[in-house]
Design a protein around this ligand. Structure first.
Ligand code: NAD
Length: 393
């Protein structure tokens, strides 16, 4: 056994947990914990529970010291680090993330050991870690933001743009080194800052990305309304290196698990601090969905076909996709919708029928909405409503 190996427990095996667990299991002993037995069984059989090429490859082909299981007594006792990657959904009642899962795990860890360093990987409100340190009377809780993209989760940890850890002590430094030791990219910038700064950095990073999406979407709304070619305008902007030719493809709105909730959380953290942009980022996404829905309504379709509820090609979940916002608006106007979404096995979704057979789906609607084009839609140009100009992210 390698004595340099750390004992690490990773709690919550979603996109964040599984990719970090695999990254660290190359050179450490990792126990991966979840409530979901199906995920546990898959990981122990070396099968990825998420759609992610690198995760599948590493589980199957690399030597990893990893075992998955349900939480058990004394599981945290001899660990050096415990990573928490459980969900923090946005609670519309409190206008804050629901951090219960993270708090419960912290309480369980501290009931077994006060020696382990607890690393919060879940996205949390600004000030949360400091609050937890006070509540549990320990300095051993650190926030380390996660910047991965779904579908590229392990890849983004093997080639991280930066590693950020929310303390300047030796445990924070050790953890930053563990992450970079597992990465394939060399000389990754490591920033040790306070957890509160790291929490803010995470929310500002995602809000910036949401702002960029919202900007190109509003440009597209303008071009659409004025019968101008969006692509011609965006191409011109994108050649300016200060703007850049990336993350500029119009859509029905930003979506996915993180951007909608992280922008709302940042806005909530601005309480009593003057701002206009953060509010506008949140509002702009609804305005965009209103605009898109109105344009669809103007076409007077009989039956609208919803092609996929995912955000983009290759995604394996439909969390907070902008298509669902469009659907709600069209349903309110009494427009009949049918849905093609192979990920959903039920017969209906929020009152609209799911059609399993693609040809039957096409034959039963007169307009097809798609946030992102895909191969199967080729040759159906006349039926399609999309704002996917570049056929990219
Ligand atoms: N998905 C992303 O792209 C992404 C990127 C950066 C940060 N984050 C943040 O990371 C966190 C996790 O996101 P995710 O997408 O990996 O989540 P996920 O929903 O894909 O997975 C979370 C996992 O945690 C498990 N879980 C819930 N409560 C648990 C408990 N008490 N004990 C053990 N397991 C438990 C669930 O069963 C699930 O498997 C969130 O706070 C999210 O905002 C997500």
């Amino acid at each position: 056994m390698n004595t340099n190996y750390k004992n690490i427990v990773v709690v919550g095996l979603g996109y964040v947990g599984i990719s970090n667990a695999i990254l660290l299991a190359q050179k450490n002993n990792v126990v991966a914990i979840d409530l979901d037995e199906n995920k546990i069984n898959l990981i122990n059989k070396k099968i990825s529970p998420i759609h992610d090429e690198a995760v599948s490859d590493y589980l199957k082909n690399k030597k990893l010291n990893i075992s998955a299981q349900k939480v058990a007594l004394n599981i945290y006792k001899n660990s050096d680090f415990v990573l928490i990657a459980t969900p923090t959904n946005y609670d519309d009642m409190t206008n804050y993330f629901d951090t219960k899962t993270v708090e419960n795990v912290i309480a369980k860890i501290l009931a077994e050991t006060t020696k382990a360093t607890i690393i919060i990987k879940s996205t949390v409100p600004v000030g949360f870690t400091e609050l937890m340190r006070k509540k549990f009377n320990t300095e051993n809780i650190i926030f380390s933001p996660e910047f991965l993209r779904e579908g590229m989760a392990l890849h983004d940890n093997l080639y991280p743009s930066r590693i950020i850890v929310g303390d300047t002590n030796s445990a924070a430094n050790d953890f930053a080194n563990l992450l970079s030791d597992g990465a394939l990219k060399k000389d990754v910038p490591k920033l040790l800052i306070s957890s509160t700064e790291a929490e803010a950095a995470k929310l500002f990073a995602n809000s910036y990305l949401a702002m960029r999406v919202a900007f190109f979407n509003e440009l597209d709304s303008y071009a659409f309304e004025k019968s101008l070619n969006s692509k011609s305008i965006i191409n011109t902007l994108s050649l300016d290196p200060r703007i850049g030719d990336h993350y500029n493809n119009p859509s029905f709105g930003y979506g996915g698990y993180c951007l909608p909730k992280d922008t709302k959380q940042l806005l909530a953290n601005y309480k009593n601090i003057p701002q206009k942009i953060i509010q506008a980022i949140v509002d702009s996404n609804s305005t965009r969905k209103d605009f898109i829905s109105n344009e669809i309504i103007k076409l007077k379709p009989q039956v609208v076909g919803v092609h996929r509820l995912i955000m983009k090609e290759g995604s394996d979940n439909i969390r907070e996709s902008s298509m669902q916002g469009i659907m709600k608006r069209l349903q309110k106007k009494g427009i009949e919708l049918i849905i093609y979404e192979p990920l959903i096995k039920e017969k209906t979704f929020f009152g609209s029928k799911l059609i399993v057979n693609f040809n039957a789906f096409v034959n039963n609607c007169d307009l097809i909405l798609t946030n992102r084009m895909s191969k199967e839609l080729e040759n159906l140009d006349k039926m399609i409503f999309t704002r996917d100009i570049y056929q990219s992210d």
